[in-house]
Design a protein around this ligand. Structure first.
Ligand code: IFM
Length: 454
């Protein structure tokens, strides 16, 4: 498959479709970029531990050094500022600020995030802070982790502590990033930390994540948090592989387990009946008052989207069999699915505001002899998906922001460092950062948005 760079005219036309005030950004997460895993009093996280399980990470790597972001904070802040973004979405490593997940806080860890937040604000960039992007303190895992109800209360205390330390300087706070991934990949499939394999545990974990989200929102509001508060869900538009009744039923079920299982409680205060019937005795223990807490109103919903989901009742559907191009993750590239997803979430759940908090692609980037990375495939992906967001906004979805995943190449979880999602290339041997052509395009595009598409 060959792609062309978007023309200047097409880029300007796309820029004209976005109103002033729309938040443009780039996103990262703590474990994927920070490194300094055993420094300055940081505690162990479940991902530090999981990386040591033989075979868990494709290239045998870990987050020990990652992008060495902790030691290169000023350089990375300048890199972010040079892109011309409004917002930077990052996450806090819970064990860096509270090493065992309860009790004492680590002043040096807190200081790092203070410098990060202050450095963003000094550069005119709004900080968007995520409290949990998967790196739970290992000490809490040893007491049951997210499967234990007590962790809900530890998370609420942690949220309050962070609000007091840095929250007042953040424009936006997100409780959790992608609860489905933590629950299912981490506790049912066992391919992410902490590596457990039980559907019943996964559903209890999902319930505790949702409950801790709602209770944290209430606690943050009680602390008079000024930031906008919400959650980020990974979502894909589900379509049946064929028009058969079985495939159509499967698409409804897959959508139920992945999307409605999270959105129904958050927006309607109940789990979907068809999925409850499907999971039977694996359904989570729900205490009186939990569902009302989960449905605490949010200021925005963050949506992470990369591809569509094709549901098949028979043999697993083979990505690419439809002829669509794939990213290096083996994910289909199909931008219209993003429009369909955003319109559906708007129609069924009516969030006050919707942000695409992650979107992007891993591609086999080659560094040329001139040191440049001409990632035309990623640039085209971003152009097409930003267009899909504009399509949804023009059809009524309350779109308020878009964030590229990711600022820079980083640790792609069980795939290690081989999969590169960044618009900035990282040479892991030297830690040299080189903006790719997609970064140049994004910067130019954002400049045009600001000038009204001139
Ligand atoms: O790298 C991840 C990120 O941590 C969460 N959302 C999906 C990305 C790409 O797999």
């Amino acid at each position: 498959m060959t792609f062309d760079f978007p023309s200047p005219e097409a880029t300007a036309a796309l820029a004209r479709r976005f109103p002033p005030g729309f938040a443009w950004g780039v996103a990262t997460s703590s474990f994927q970029i920070e490194g300094a895993a055993h420094e300055d009093g940081k505690g162990e996280s479940i991902w530090d531990r999981f990386c040591r399980v033989p075979g868990a990470i494709a290239d045998g790597s870990s987050g020990d050094v990652a992008c060495d972001h902790v030691h290169r904070l000023e350089e990375d802040l300048d890199l972010i500022a040079a892109l011309g973004v409004d917002t930077y979405r990052f996450s806090v490593s819970w064990p860096r600020v509270q090493p065992t997940g309860s009790g004492a806080w680590n002043a040096r860890g807190v200081d790092f995030y203070r410098r990060l937040v202050d450095g963003l604000r000094a550069r005119g960039i709004a900080p968007m802070m995520t409290l949990n992007h998967w790196d739970l303190p290992q000490a809490l895992q040893e007491q049951g982790g997210w499967a234990a109800r007590e962790t809900v209360h530890r998370f609420v205390d942690y949220a309050i502590g962070l609000q007091r330390a840095v929250g007042g300087h953040c424009a936006t706070i997100t409780t959790h990033n992608e609860p489905w991934v933590m629950a299912v990949l981490g506790h049912e499939m066992g391919i992410f930390a902490p590596g457990l394999k039980s559907r019943a545990v996964a559903l209890q974990v999902a319930h505790h994540l949702l409950l801790s989200h709602g209770l944290a929102l209430q606690a943050l509001r009680a602390e008079s948090a000024k930031a906008e508060l919400g959650i980020v869900l990974n979502m894909s538009h589900a379509v049946p592989a064929t028009d058969s009744e079985a495939d159509r039923a499967r698409a409804v079920l897959d959508d139920g387990t992945a999307l409605r299982w999270y959105c129904d409680p958050l927006f309607r205060g109940r789990y979907p009946d068809d999925v409850l019937a499907h999971v039977g005795a694996d359904a989570p223990v729900v205490q009186h008052g939990d569902m009302a807490a989960i449905a605490t109103p949010m200021d925005y919903l963050g949506i992470n989207n990369y591809s569509r989901h094709v549901a098949s009742a028979g043999a697993p559907w083979v990505a690419g069999s439809s002829g669509l191009p794939l990213t290096e993750m083996g994910w289909e590239i199909h931008a219209p699915s993003l429009t369909a997803l955003l319109l559906r979430v708007h129609r069924d759940y009516a969030p006050k505001k919707m942000l695409v908090t992650e979107n992007g692609g891993a591609f086999p980037d080659a560094v040329g002899d001139d040191g440049r990375v001409l990632d035309v495939d990623r640039t085209r992906y971003l152009f097409d998906h930003i267009g899909a967001v504009a399509d949804a906004a023009e059809q009524g979805a309350p779109m308020a922001g878009y964030m590229v995943w990711s600022l820079m190449d980083n640790f792609e979880w069980a795939s290690g460092y081989a999969k590169r999602f960044g618009i900035v290339h990282v040479d892991y041997a030297t830690q040299k950062r080189t903006p790719k052509a997609s970064a140049d395009w994004y910067r130019g595009f954002l400049g045009q948005v600001r000038r009204g598409g001139d």
